[in-house]
Design a protein around this ligand. Structure first.
Ligand code: ZN
Length: 586
């Protein structure tokens, strides 16, 4: 008798092979049979008419804090993810000294927009100092999905160099040796990679770039080399120029293409894969092509570069309870702390409306977010779109707030003001901030088709009031395999492999990522016709009552993690079969 049989579904197995009809037999957390099964099972999941895939492997998340207080791991779990990798972009929480907690919170709050209050109240500070101790804390917990952690350069550099590291002073020979030794220990303890940030776009809340942002080649290569000596791991980097020239922040030191030689060298020094994020930028729309071409050329010469992409815009959301264009204006700030319904009433009063619209952000004000973000929301009105049901991530440019206002003869900023008040102030709008030049996602299609790319960059667990791109995993299927009308689509089996087999292979998770006999039973059963991403909503469920944006999905009939049904009909079953995954040399 088997534990579970998933009956009669269309299997899309994660290898890229054509879909076929089969039952999936599960025993002791693994797939033991595939085909026409006659054996009985304790539990039978009817998958007739459904698509059966491996669970998604999301390689780019920031749950490093959340995993210490939460076991449900939404929104990832609700979007079909069964394994996630955290510690990306050079920010994490280990190693850390007892006296330095606030510094790391400051960093995570600034870079990844995770409320410091939630991190400070929610995390069991003092339970670890070393990376290995951090993993041990996670290892004692149970989750709805499997988790794996990378060692972050930012935390490491601050641990070894203290204030000199935070101030981005050059590391000495001794500093580099000490950091390399810790990399070796972390990899031996089970880190699955080492990550670094080299963009000035990633700043701590106090305004300083992440420790390591300006690290010279010898420091970066030493860390990559120390990781490589362990025989496993992926080196992840957000290099200079990744999110544009960033002139309002003082300008990046170079373009992304100029960082490729360093990435090639890191691949050479480590002998391991190097992944780095690439997006199409408004200020240099063809640059991504140069970068992908340079990566494939390097790979032909023996490098292992895996550009990491997202198959839609990085979606910057704006809503009254999150970030919006008016939040820094003096009259708004007087009512900012009112509950949403009362704020909306106030904002509708003609004199308040007029005052807010006539004001600008006060220079040097103590508002706790970069004024630049707010300024960008004005510039971005031509690429700001409603996030209504059904959510359209590839709208035509004529649907933008800007275009609609001009067509109606209204001032676009006033129009945005009134739009934010709709639906009792819960309306969401999105700035389609990348990959959308020309008003379509054609660049994403090319990026997806590039054989070297991996998909990721959803930043789940981070940017909790601005970005909720975790749903990008679901979007692979809904948009690229089914709904797209603005251009060509892609085959389902191709997209499923990109979400599963490809990412599992990158991180050496050889026991999962495909539906084959002997693999872990991490499975999604999907009602493909009904699969959809719901509009976002704000939930105040982080520690200390902090808010975050959640974007649920619909159409996941069941998700299995190690053979246990963790989600059924888009709801958490309470099963917690997810564990910490430790990396090790093959
Ligand atoms: Zn990130």
């Amino acid at each position: 008798m088997l534990d579970v049989v998933i009956k009669g579904g269309t299997v899309v197995d994660g290898t890229g092979a054509a879909p076929y009809t089969a039952d999936v037999g599960v025993q002791d957390g693994r797939i033991v049979e595939l085909g026409d099964l006659t054996e009985t099972a304790t539990r039978v999941l009817d998958a007739d008419g459904a698509v059966v895939t491996p669970g998604w492997v999301d390689v780019h998340t920031h749950y490093d804090g959340q995993v210490t207080w939460d076991d449900a791991l939404e929104p990832s779990a609700a979007n079909g993810v069964t394994t996630l990798v955290m510690g990306n972009c050079g920010v994490g929480f280990a190693p850390v000294r007892a006296t330095d907690h606030d510094a790391l919170i400051d960093l995570m709050e600034g870079v990844e927009d995770i409320p410091g209050s939630a991190l400070s109240v929610g995390m069991p500070w003092g339970s670890w100092e070393t990376f290995g101790e951090y993993l041990d804390v996670l290892d004692r917990r149970r989750y709805a999905v499997d988790i794996a952690a990378q060692l972050a350069h930012g935390a490491l550099r601050f641990y070894v160099m203290g204030e000199r590291g935070a101030a981005n002073e050059d590391a000495t020979v001794e500093d580099i040796a000490a950091m390399s030794a810790i990399v070796g220990e972390a990899m031996a303890a089970g880190a699955v990679g080492v990550t670094t940030s080299r963009t000035i776009g990633h700043k701590a809340r106090s305004g300083r770039p992440v420790p390591g942002t300006f690290a010279p080649e010898e420091e970066v290569l030493a860390l990559a080399g120390a990781m490589g000596s362990s025989g496993h791991g992926v080196f992840e980097a957000i290099v200079a120029g990744t999110i544009g020239s960033l002139d309002p922040l003082g300008g990046e030191r170079c373009k992304q293409i100029d960082e490729v030689p360093l990435l090639v060298a890191a691949s050479g020094a480590s002998g391991r894969p190097v992944t780095f994020t690439v997006a199409q930028l408004w200020d240099d729309p063809d640059h991504w092509r140069l970068v992908l071409d340079a990566a494939s050329e390097a790979n032909r010469a023996g490098a292992r570069l895996r550009p990491q992409i997202i198959p839609r815009s990085v979606t910057i959301m704006t809503t009254l309870d999150g970030y919006h264009l008016f939040m820094g204006r003096p009259t708004y700030r007087k009512i900012a702390d009112l509950p949403l319904d009362r704020r909306v009433v106030e904002m509708r009063r003609p004199e308040v409306r007029r005052a807010i619209l006539d004001e600008t952000v006060a220079k040097g004000s103590d508002i706790d977010f970069p004024a630049m973000v707010v300024e960008r929301f004005v510039e971005a009105l031509p690429i700001t779109f409603p996030l209504t049901d059904p959510v359209d991530y590839e709208p035509s440019l004529g649907d933008s707030v800007w275009a609609q206002a001009l067509a109606a003869g209204i001032d676009p900023v006033e129009h945005m003001y009134d739009l934010l008040l709709a639906d009792g102030g819960t309306a969401f709008y999105a700035v389609l901030g990348s990959n959308y030049v020309g008003g379509n996602l054609d660049a994403c299609r090319e990026m997806l088709l590039d054989p070297d790319t991996v998909t990721g960059l959803g930043d789940a667990g981070a940017h909790v009031l601005m970005i909720s791109d975790c749903s990008a995993s679901t979007f692979h299927l809904t948009h690229w395999a089914r709904d797209r009308t603005a251009g060509e689509r892609l085959p389902l089996e191709f997209l499923v492999r990109k979400l599963t087999g490809t990412n599992a292979a990158l991180y050496g998770f050889d026991d999962r990522g495909t539906l084959e006999v002997g693999k872990r039973a991490d499975v999604n059963v999907i009602d493909f016709e009904r699969l959809r991403i719901r509009p976002p909503l704000v939930r105040h469920d982080l520690p200390a009552g902090a808010a975050r944006i959640i974007q649920p999905a619909e159409g996941y009939l069941a998700t299995l993690v190690a053979g246990e049904v963790t989600r059924r009909h888009d709801a958490d079953t309470g099963a917690r079969s997810g564990r910490l995954v430790r990396g090790s040399a093959a």
